[in-house]
Design a protein around this ligand. Structure first.
Ligand SMILES: [Mg+2]
Length: 359
């Protein structure tokens, strides 16, 4: 089989309320990979909030797609290496990693379709049903909007809900967490997300006032670049630390593991150099008693969690309009069934490309 062409474009998709209060739109950088045998692969990277999507598109189209043309798409690992080593001065972090991720996801989609298997089974399945946590709770939500969102996910059976703690006063954050906690009751446990906003001491103080809430994890306490500081927080607070959505390679994740900087790792398949690198990260974590709960894009992450013995949860942000994907997995009793269609199982809905295309 040979790759004959790659059509890359950007989709700009509006989000619903209340998410739209903080993020009015999302962008997907999409790569449709065609082959001489008629098998097609869909790859895409979700660029959260949309910032930088055009740069990802440009790098994908001008630098990475050309190295795949004429190659056999089933040599996924070899092609991953080829892309990773393209432009050695352009590290595969940030923009370049989103671009590589989209193409790697598209290659795996072809591999699954050629084998007639969903990816989680191609990789050696562990489970076909994955628990999800409802995620959102952004800073611009009123307390009413926050509780309404948490209750919406609880009504879908989710046993976990994650919210942001972005207020400058740690007691204000604790008050908001407490309000949601009381509304949800004991059947739902919670997580909080700092999104890299604090330093080590501020995190220690913030975590202390949250101890009473039996939190599952305390997320992304410091700048993702500063793995030493993350480790210091992890050792200095009683709530388990989760991080990884802004780390990009197995080498960064190896540092997180070696320093015991997190109990839960959260690679994003659209950032951490695709399914290939995310699976390597997940298997490395499995050797160190560390769980994996991939960041966003649950429709893709289901395949990863379904194939890892240390897979924990997928992150469910219910934002996609019904006319974006052909068949979005449905949350039932707080869980998703892993799509059984060959490949990753996702396809753009008819007309989505025309409706949402922005570049
Ligand atoms: Mg996060």
């Amino acid at each position: 089989m040979k790759i004959t062409s790659i059509d890359a474009f950007v989709l700009a998709v509006p989000t619903p309320k209340p998410m739209a209060l903080n993020y009015a739109q999302q962008k997907l950088v999409v790569a449709e990979i065609s082959t001489d045998e008629g098998v097609k692969g869909l790859g895409y990277s979700l660029v959260f909030g949309g910032g930088g999507a055009e740069a990802v598109h440009a790098y994908l189209e001008t630098r990475l797609a050309p190295v795949l043309i004429g190659e056999d798409p089933l040599f996924v690992e070899r092609l991953w290496e080829k892309m990773f080593r393209t432009d050695m001065g352009m590290k595969k972090q940030g923009v370049a990693a989103y671009a590589l991720s989209a193409l790697d996801i598209g290659l795996w989609d072809i591999a699954g379709k050629a084998a007639g298997l969903p990816l989680y089974k191609l990789w050696g399945a562990v489970t076909d049903r994955i628990p999800a946590y409802g995620s959102g709770g952004w800073s611009k939500y009123s307390e009413r909007e926050l509780i309404a969102e948490a209750e919406k996910y609880a009504a879908l059976g989710c046993k976990y809900y994650k919210m942001k703690i972005h207020h400058a006063d740690p007691r204000e954050n604790a008050k908001r967490v407490g309000a949601v906690r009381r509304a949800l009751g004991d059947g739902v446990r919670m997580m909080v997300d700092v999104n890299q906003r604090l330093d080590v001491l501020a995190n220690i103080r913030q975590a202390q006032v949250l101890e009473e809430f039996d939190l599952v994890w305390y997320e992304e306490p410091v700048l993702a670049d500063d793995i030493a500081a993350c480790a210091e927080v992890a050792h200095g607070i009683k709530i388990p630390v989760a991080t990884g959505e802004n780390n990009y390679t197995r080498f960064e994740f190896r540092d997180l593991v070696e320093r015991r900087a997190a109990r839960v790792l959260m690679p994003d398949v659209c950032r951490a150099n695709g399914f290939s690198e995310t699976m390597r990260i997940g298997r490395h974590a499995a050797a160190h008693q560390i769980a994996v709960a991939p960041h966003v894009v649950h429709e893709l992450s289901l395949q990863v969690v379904g194939a890892l013995p240390n897979g924990f949860l997928v992150e469910f942000i219910d934002w996609t309009p019904p006319d974006l994907f052909e068949e979005m997995p449905e949350c039932r009793d707080g869980c998703f069934s892993v799509p059984e269609r060959p490949g990753h199982g996702m396809a753009l809905a008819r007309g989505a490309k025309e409706k949402y295309r922005s570049a």
